[in-house]
Ligand binder design. Structure first.
Ligand code: SAH
Length: 382
């Protein structure tokens, strides 16, 4: 099972309670065409299978480009949309490390893939109470989400990628559920050797197929002997983002938090999954109409950050990290201030930190400039 979650099986731990009233319930919405399915079908018919990476990149660009996917009426829900506590604690983490690093100004808050802008609102609100009032920069490609972000953050600056971010001061970078949306590349071990995993056509349906060109060179020697059928997933796009972020921190100062569902040890298998209307659906059935994500391999990202000379603070489980930052005290305070909402606040806290909920599956990776101090919530100190 772990090797093949493409089929829609297994738990979806990040999802809100499945809501059968929510539009779609994983099936095609009446009257809504799937234009990307037609485009892919034509492309594959004319030129042959496309790589999984190409498929994921195009699907997500289409998916995020034209909708607000969050919340009960959307497809999925993320930590900042569950509770304000999540963003607030991130804001406190940033303010704390910035103060201990010497309160350098100007300082820039940078969020990668900010969604509705909720995390930024809560984080900046908390940070300002401690004197951290940074300029706000969003790296976002979706036109519809940019419009939502503009409503909440009219003073922000938008960037299509990291290259245009300012270089005149430290960057405080936050990326929640951003890396998991970036395209992964998959290699599959066939009887004939390692091949690119592609998307082809079988009786009009999109299906995974193996490419024809040998791909041994792309597989680390230590992993080449894996049994037939094994899938190796790599994320060159995530690697490029972490490489760029770490390079920026090393030269201009600052800190970064990458928060995502994933693992801190290397693994085999496809972790690609598609979610629509709070349910797992087949990865290949509705390109551009479901959220495609893959587990983040934090074990591959740490060495990339270190290669740029930054400090790697560690990769902690989200539940542990939020508890170290005081989520229990914050939940008690919110509950005491609004007794009618006490139950909802505690439920949200449990959802963010619970072992069987988001607490263990989601990880927080922290990195800082070489001369910046340790960050709260990370065990590692040296
Ligand atoms: N961080 C938000 C949203 C997560 S969803 C939250 O926690 O609620 C992923 C976000 O990344 C969306 O805002 C999406 O539009 C954006 N995104 C996806 N691929 C991107 C890319 N290649 N470049 C920039 N933003 C991207």
């Amino acid at each position: 099972m772990a090797d093949n979650p493409d089929d829609g099986g297994g738990p979806v731990l990040l999802l809100a309670r499945a809501d059968p009233q929510a539009a779609g319930s994983g099936r095609s919405r009446p009257g809504v065409k799937a234009p990307l399915l037609e485009t892919f079908t034509r492309l594959i018919t004319n030129t042959g299978p496309i790589s999984v990476s190409h498929y994921m990149a195009e699907s997500n660009a289409h998916y995020y480009g034209g909708r607000d996917p969050f919340g009960a009426a959307g497809d999925f829900i993320t930590a900042p949309e569950i509770s304000q506590m999540f963003g607030e604690l991130i804001g406190l983490w940033l303010a704390d490390i910035w103060i201990r690093a010497g309160r350098t100004e100007p300082v820039h808050y940078v969020e990668l893939g900010p969604g509705r802008g909720t995390l930024a609102r809560d984080a900046l609100g908390a940070a300002r109470r401690y004197g951290l009032d940074p300029r706000v920069h969003f790296v976002e490609t979706s036109t519809s989400l940019k419009a939502l972000q503009l409503e909440m953050h009219p003073q922000a600056f938008w960037h299509a990628d990291l290259s245009t971010l300012p270089s005149d001061g430290p960057l405080l970078i936050v990326a929640n559920e951003f890396l998991d949306a970036l395209p992964v590349r998959q290699l599959v071990r066939t009887a004939a050797g390692w091949r690119e995993r592609m998307v082809g056509l079988d009786e009009g349906r999109l299906v995974p197929v193996a490419g024809t060109a040998p791909m041994e060179v792309a597989v680390p020697t230590s992993r080449r002997d894996a049994p037939e059928g094994t899938i190796l997933e790599i994320s060159p796009a995530s690697a490029a983002v972490v490489y760029e972020v770490a390079g920026r921190l090393a030269t201009q100062g600052g800190a970064a938090l990458f928060i995502d569902y994933g693992h801190a040890e290397p693994r085999f298998g496809s972790s690609l999954q598609a979610v629509r209307a709070h349910r797992k659906v087949d990865v290949f059935s509705a390109p551009g109409e479901a959220d495609l994500t893959a587990h983040v391999d934090f074990s591959a990202l740490a060495p990339i950050a270190l290669s740029r000379g930054v400090r790697w603070l560690g990769t902690e489980e989200q539940g542990h990290w939020l508890r170290s930052l005081g989520i229990d005290a914050r939940a008690d305070a919110l509950a005491a201030a609004a007794p009618l909402h006490a139950e909802a606040v505690r439920t949200a806290r449990d959802r963010l930190t619970g072992e069987g909920q988001m607490g263990a599956l989601f990880k927080v990776m922290g990195i800082t400039a070489p001369d910046w101090p340790d960050g709260a919530g990370f065990e590692r100190t040296d």
